[in-house]
Design a protein around this ligand. Sequence first.
Ligand SMILES: C[S@@+](CC[C@H](N)C(=O)[O-])C[C@H]1O[C@@H](n2cnc3c(N)ncnc32)[C@H](O)[C@@H]1O
Ligand code: SF4
Length: 259
Amino acid sequence: MTNSSSGPQTINVVKAFTSPGSIRLTSLPPLSLYVHFPWCVRKCPYCDFNSHEWKGQTFPEDRYLDALRADLERALPMVWGRQVHTIFIGGGTPSLLSANGLDRLLSDARALLPLDADAEITLEANPGTFEAAKFAQFRASGVNRLSIGIQSFNEQHLKALGRIHDATQARQAVEIAAKNFDNFNLDLMFALPKQTLDECRSDIETAISFAPPHLSLYHLTLEPNTMFAKYPPPVPDDDASADMQDWIHERTASAGYER
Ligand SMILES: C[S@@+](CC[C@H](N)C(=O)[O-])C[C@H]1O[C@@H](n2cnc3c(N)ncnc32)[C@H](O)[C@@H]1O
Ligand code: SF4
């Protein structure tokens, strides 16, 4: 909305966070809720996200869910009655949550927020944590979209990336997702250590063969303060990775994906 009397809507939204009572909008923009789960089974050597290897026997699920609820309660004055139309539960590895824990998290969100009846509720999932029964329960609790961290379908590359799952588990995860969820995304990375253009093509072709509604395809970057920054692996040079990127653009477009 760029009406001159109210000014650009985005500026008013920013104001809402500092002074909820002072804005004058004709309609309130919907909100999206992001919930972070900061633990993983193992820290991947390329990853600079806020994610930490959980070294104990079991992570403190109940205490974390209590803290999330308290955090959301404190944020309620900023919600100001607005509808929430998407929830994204990311990480880390939120698919480590128990079925009961995830159910409690969504029940708390529904109790505290005006959530759209058809809200998109996404859970980020690692193929090393897929149990068909648990994912069916996630679906029953209201999760209606999965975002799966595949990274590659190639055994050697998964090892080089320090992933906790193998290629078979990557494929099984997509099969379980496709069976239980109409909507799912696959994350893959390219320009992996020692990866060739043919290997990159093979990964993308495999991903497309599952007809995911969405694909997130990331060029591997060596991020500061990661193991890969400290001990850089032999990644494809700029020309080779540009060839991969060009091919990916053409192939995904020909498969009907819009950027
Ligand atoms: C927030 S991460 C979490 C995904 C999930 N924890 C997993 O790994 O299965 C989202 C995505 O970012 C991408 N990513 C993470 N680190 C990256 C890096 N250094 N370079 C490129 N992509 C990266 C990966 O594809 C990953 O699946
Ligand atoms: S599982 Fe995902 S969030 Fe966790 S360390 Fe690996 S890439 Fe990062």
